[in-house]
Design a protein around this ligand. Structure first.
Ligand code: DAU
Length: 334
């Protein structure tokens, strides 16, 4: 078995590769990654020398790079490569359209031309848009409301169109908010933890009462692998943690666990434009395949804080250069 994983130097992709190589002793993995700001070789330092692992630097929008990574053939492609941060998509949507839509198209064409037996698109619960009550099922209409989620929805629709038109053997997973080790410190949990460890304030958007469903990255990676191996071709599977928390409750938990105070370390800032209040997914379908999240959220959060505390040498270099420019653009005027 040989799988091509794209975007495998990112947060969920790197955790997936580590898990897959560990769980499947005869599996080979080729990792095609463009090494954008979020693609970090340090995420897979521990498996760089593994003979079953090969790294190829390249962009999924480049058909030649994709062909090179496929080499003399792969049994599956798992597409993690994406621009993923909602706030960046509001500042600069174009990169999202390119990677999340055009990149998906290039991969689907490669799957078609090379008759790759399985293609899995890693997507997001954000494609369903704001869910004021109940839980989104896989058949619900897509109502994305940010340039990021609209780009991901565009990718999903192409994947399903290839299934209908060419019979391409595709699968889609739609994951909820993911947290854990190796997450680039622009997202809520790693940004807040690293700020708090540094004694800095954390910027809470609006009233902080927005709800997200939190999923540990190992549970997410296991879910994707399970769907890849056991899912029914042409189907979509929601992968959610079942941990709905308001942002302010998470903030309180992080502030207290880092020994800081809500009065001095929390700053309420102007809300994100078009901010979705709530996401929630129905995971009955993935659970019927035999997958379920295992990590208790309170425990997972404490472990994650401990990981960032113990791995300062991983995140400290990331919070410099490009990150500081972004942080200023994103937060200075709020
Ligand atoms: O739901 C899955 C999605 O979760 C993924 O598809 C996205 O790639 C991922 O970025 C994430 O999207 P969110 O926008 O929910 O994640 P983020 O960590 O940016 O924000 C989580 C919540 O925290 C959201 O309601 C906005 C809020 N927030 C975020 C940041 C960065 C703040 O209040 N302050 C902040 O500084």
């Amino acid at each position: 078995m040989r799988w091509l994983v794209t975007g495998g130097l990112g947060f969920i992709g790197s955790n997936f590769i580590r898990l897959a190589l560990h769980e499947r002793p005869s599996l080979e993995v080729v990792n095609l990654d463009a090494m954008t700001y979020a693609g970090n070789p340090a995420n897979l330092r521990d498996i760089e020398a593994e003979p079953r692992y090969r790294f190829v630097q390249g962009d999924i929008c480049d058909p030649a790079a994709v062909a090179h990574a496929i080499g003399d053939g792969v049994d599956a492609i798992v597409n993690f490569a994406a621009e993923t941060h909602v706030d960046r998509s509001i500042l600069d949507p174009e990169a999202f359209l390119r990677t999340d839509i055009l990149g998906t198209h290039v991969l689907l064409e490669a799957v078609r031309e090379r008759s790759v037996p399985r293609y899995l698109q890693v997507s997001t619960d954000e494609v369903y848009g704001d869910v004021s009550e109940g839980e989104s099922t896989e058949n619900d209409p897509l109502r994305p409301r940010s340039p990021y989620s609209a780009s991901k929805a565009g990718g999903d629709l192409q994947v399903l169109a290839y299934r209908a038109t060419y019979g391409t053997p595709v699968l889609i997973t739609r994951g909820s908010n993911t947290y854990g080790p190796y997450q680039y410190p622009e997202k809520l949990i790693p940004l807040f933890v690293t700020n708090l460890l540094d004694g800095q304030q954390v910027p809470v958007y609006g009233d902080g009462l927005q709800i997200r469903d939190w999923l540990h990255v190992q549970d997410h990676a296991r879910g994707i692998m399970h769907v890849l191996e056991c899912g029914e071709v042409g189907h979509v599977y929601n992968i959610g943690g079942g941990n709905p928390w308001t942002n302010i409750d998470i903030t309180r938990s992080l502030v207290e666990s880092c020994g800081r105070s809500m009065d001095t370390h929390v700053r309420y800032v102007i809300d994100r434009p078009g901010h979705d209040r709530r996401y929630a997914v129905d995971t009955t379908k993935a659970r019927a395949l035999g997958w379920a999240p295992r990590k208790d959220f309170a425990q997972g959060l404490l472990e994650t804080i401990a990981w960032y505390r113990d791995n300062e040498s991983w995140w400290r270099p990331l919070k410099s250069g490009e990150f500081l420019d972004y942080y200023k653009r994103q937060y200075a005027h709020r």
